[in-house]
Ligand binder design. Structure first.
Ligand SMILES: Cc1cc2nc3c(=O)[nH]c(=O)nc-3n(C[C@H](O)[C@H](O)[C@H](O)COP(=O)(O)OP(=O)(O)OC[C@H]3O[C@@H](n4cnc5c(N)ncnc54)[C@H](O)[C@@H]3O)c2cc1C
Length: 456
């Protein structure tokens, strides 16, 4: 059997594996760092929705590049790791072996499908969104001559795909299982606004009902319709199940790593498993919420990359004391020319509301000034704030493109434990063509509104 020796072996070449490799090499240039990945071509996962419509147009336009890793001298092998001898530190793929000193699991996540629908996944026309070039090519090719598409799931992946298909001229229905779309990330009034914009773009939303059966009327292994809990039958030529993801941990489980809640690999703040030389990063890990510390199902490339940077600097001893203290669930999406972005807790979180622990500060303004300036867009900032101390626990933004970065600022405010009193007197750069007015900067105004609430 062919055997190679490396210092650090990373299993998986998704965002987490790639960022971990680059960070590890930057911090340990003398070490041999190797990534083993299953596929020669790697799609940028977040770009997948945009290959189905007019935004990226082709699957090729969604491909990522490994140029940086190659330039840095990071080794790469193609293959699937099937087994690991933990005691002797050997990973096996095909008929080859790699001896390692440190091992990083970055095996990601795979689509989650409710048990009641799993048997229907073999029907022609039923798809999940697998982060794999060939599977996405197959789905795109299948839909080319089809008109009626049903998306099951109203999270951001289902919504982004639905809008792309609708803009490409298809009849698209989203079946959500909740009254409004995006309801995990946004409070009701914001989710309603996002939904209205989605509907304006031609996507029909069937909320508060859910798919209980996928139907093959002619018994020819081709999907024709779905049946809802209410008994309603909706015809479909294509059914896309966008019903979430689960950690890909079969290998970790097989070799005896401890798994946490929801099946992710248990890790500490520095992404170390219980085994001192084995780390795990990205969607395959057991995450917890930043504030609640409760197990979290959040799966994001941004969180995965942050974890990968922590692991990449901690492989040979903890270099920086800043570890991962949990996910702040930070994310953004765009519907037409409007961005919806969210970080931290929502106000609809029952426990916070019923315990009267929070106040809300919210402000509608503009992203430019004065109002007549070209390209001005409404900007709404809502802050969810601890009543005791004024700490900012969550934020939601509606706005133009700048809302995508505004939420990153709010995310940092949440992560660094800042309060509305810090934000009230925050210094910002303002310019008519670029930002809101200094006199009514929505983030600052939302903080001031929260202070008013706290002080009654
Ligand atoms: C359609 C879509 C849109 C998204 N949009 C966003 C977005 O806008 N913003 C955002 O932050 N997140 C987004 N996400 C989530 C984001 O893509 C994931 O959180 C991210 O891909 C996780 O990265 P990862 O490297 O941990 O795992 P993955 O991307 O799942 O990569 C894991 C890799 O490991 C490989 N692998 C697994 N097992 C083995 C093995 N035994 N041997 C070798 N290789 C193996 C897999 O083939 C895979 O390539 C989106 C996801 C999807 C599906």
């Amino acid at each position: 059997m062919q055997k190679e020796n490396v210092d650090v072996l990373i299993i998986g070449g998704g965002p987490a594996g790639g960022v971990c490799a680059v960070t590890a090499k930057m911090n340990n240039p003398e070490k041999v760092i190797m990534v083993i990945r299953e596929h020669a071509q790697q799609l940028v996962p977040c770009s997948i929705p945009y290959v189905f419509g007019n935004t990226l147009k082709t699957v090729e336009n969604g491909l990522g590049s490994c140029a940086q890793a190659e330039e840095m001298g990071i080794e790469a092998r193609l293959g699937k790791v099937k087994d690991i001898d933990i005691d002797n530190k050997i990973a096996y793929y095909d008929d080859k072996a790699i001896v390692f000193d440190k091992l990083v699991f970055a095996t990601g996540s795979v689509p989650f499908v409710h048990a009641s629908l799993q048997h229907s996944c073999t029907l022609d026309g039923v798809f999940t969104i697998v982060k794999n070039v060939e599977r996405i090519r197959k789905l795109k090719a299948y839909t080319e001559d089809k008109q009626n598409i049903i998306i099951v799931g109203s999270g951001f992946i289902g919504i982004e795909i639905a809008i792309e298909f609708a803009e490409a001229g298809k009849n698209v229905k989203v079946i959500g299982g909740s009254e409004y779309i995006l309801n995990r990330a946004f409070d009701t009034e914001i989710a309603q606004e996002a939904q209205a914009l989605m509907e304006q773009r031609g996507v029909e939303y069937v909320g508060s009902d859910r798919v209980v059966e996928i139907i093959d009327k002619n018994n020819d292994n081709i999907v024709n319709a779905v049946k809802l809990k209410s008994g309603k039958i909706i015809d479909a030529e294509v059914v896309i199940l966008a019903t979430g993801y689960q950690p890909n941990t079969d290998l970790a489980d097989k070799v005896g790593l401890s798994l946490g809640h929801y099946g992710g690999i248990w890790v500490d703040d520095y992404m170390r498993t219980y085994h001192k030389d084995i780390f795990a990063v990205g969607d395959c890990t057991a995450r917890r919420g930043f504030l609640s510390k409760a197990p979290s199902k959040v799966m994001l490339a941004s969180t995965s990359s942050a974890e990968a940077r922590v692991a990449g600097t901690s492989l040979y001893g903890i270099k920086y004391l800043k570890g991962m203290s949990g996910t702040i669930s930070i994310f953004s999406t765009k519907i037409g020319d409007t961005v919806f972005a969210s970080a931290g807790v929502t106000a609809d979180k029952a426990e916070l509301k019923t315990n009267k622990m929070i106040v809300i500060g919210a402000f509608w303004g503009l992203n430019r000034h004065p109002a007549k300036i070209p390209n001005a867009h409404r900007q709404y900032v809502k802050l969810i704030v601890s009543k005791h101390g004024g700490q900012i626990l969550g934020g939601q933004v509606i706005g133009g493109d700048e809302a995508g970065e505004m939420i990153n600022l709010i995310g940092h405010i949440i992560e660094s434990g800042q309060s509305v009193y810090n934000i009230m007197s925050m210094q910002v750069a303002t310019q008519p063509m670029l930002t809101s007015a200094p006199t009514s900067y929505p983030l600052i105004m939302a903080a001031i509104m929260a202070i008013k609430e706290i002080e009654g």
